[in-house]
Design a protein around this ligand. Structure first.
Ligand SMILES: CC(C)(COP(=O)(O)OP(=O)(O)OC[C@H]1O[C@@H](n2cnc3c(N)ncnc32)[C@H](O)[C@@H]1OP(=O)(O)O)[C@@H](O)C(=O)NCCC(=O)NCCS
Length: 177
């Protein structure tokens, strides 16, 4: 039997693992998926973070927070996922309701979520649960020029992309008084 419970610290590993299975963390908008992202939600808005459990396993989750961009009265439903073995049974709808209920109770005047254009399951989930399609933002991407094409650069840089978790720690350390 699957039951919905508020997310606890001991769910962190299961939530992270499920997200890693279902989100393509190399592609937008999932690149910021990480343990610290989960922990920040749990820390800031514990009543808006729910887990679906089956036999003590995490089979679904939703993570919400208050404030979107600069708006402190807008809730943000940022992450939702259901294990493929449990999809199509209305679980995401229930998780979404629990999260939205908490954010409205917290004072949200609206709740925002973003859906990647090709994610039909996510778009249908939102449309069936009271969300309407309001603003479309397209991410235009310009890649670095191929080797030699950038004036003044003789070689392609051998620098590896930095680890996002380490970058966050560096930023946090810099902002410490
Ligand atoms: C999106 C997701 C959470 C939906 O989970 P779910 O538990 O299967 O969703 P539900 O069963 O509650 O279905 C909600 C609605 O969406 C529809 N739906 C679900 N999957 C669908 C699909 N692949 N194609 C079309 N519609 C779909 C359902 O039919 C239902 O509509 P209905 O009420 O009219 O029948 C799940 O597919 C998932 O985890 N995807 C990968 C992670 C992801 O993309 N998350 C969203 C971005 S953070």
């Amino acid at each position: 039997m699957v039951r919905l419970v508020l997310m606890r610290l001991d769910h962190l590993a299961g939530v992270l693992a499920l997200g890693n299975r279902v989100f393509d963390v190399t592609a937008m908008p999932y690149t910021s998926w990480s343990l610290s992202s989960v922990a920040v939600h749990l820390d800031a808005q514990p009543l808006a973070c729910w887990v679906a459990e089956s036999d003590e396993e995490v089979v679904g989750f939703v993570l919400g927070s208050m404030s979107y961009d600069e708006r402190e009265d807008w809730g943000y439903l940022e992450w939702i996922a259901v294990d493929p073995a449990h999809q199509g049974q209305g679980l995401a709808g229930k998780l979404l309701d629990a999260c939205c209920g908490a954010l409205f109770a917290e004072g949200a005047t609206r709740i925002v979520t973003d859906v990647e254009a090709s994610n039909v399951a996510s778009a249908t989930l939102m449309q069936r649960n009271g969300f309407s399609d309001r603003v479309t933002v397209t991410l235009f991407v310009r890649h670095a020029e191929p080797t030699g094409a950038v004036p003044g650069k003789a070689h392609r840089s051998t620098k590896q992309p930095s680890d996002p978790a380490k970058a966050r720690l560096r930023r946090a350390a810099r902002s410490d008084p």
